[in-house]
Design a protein. Structure first.
Length: 108
């Protein structure tokens, strides 16, 4: 599992010459409605066990939570299921809000 800083993820998303990752936001639906990284999909962490079957294990993906710990657990689960290119966002959506998109609301 790779770990990405918010600025690294932003650069990846902005680079027109590379394949974009699937952004899997595992926060609750309420948290996702409050704020999210553009083009991310909401898959609350308790739903990932059913949802992962619909994902291509060869595509790059980044797991995002509020901070960091839950995304690591989900990323490890995906790797155990054979996903080959899984990353996590260090600091989660909160770090993204502080370092990339200061207009995004922050919450605890």
């Amino acid at each position: 599992m790779k770990q990405l800083l918010p600025r690294q993820l932003k650069n990846w998303l902005d680079d027109p010459n590379v394949e974009k990752p699937i952004l899997i936001d595992i926060r609750s639906a309420e948290e996702f409605e409050l704020c999210s990284i553009p083009n991310s999909i909401s898959v609350p962490d308790d739903s990932i066990y059913d949802f992962y079957h619909s994902l291509d294990p060869y595509l790059p993906m980044v797991v995002v939570c509020h901070g960091f710990d839950r995304s690591v657990s989900v990323a490890l689960f995906l790797e155990r299921k054979g996903f080959l290119n899984v990353s996590v966002l260090i600091g989660g959506i909160d770090a993204w809000a502080m370092r990339v998109d200061q207009t995004m609301p922050r919450y605890k």
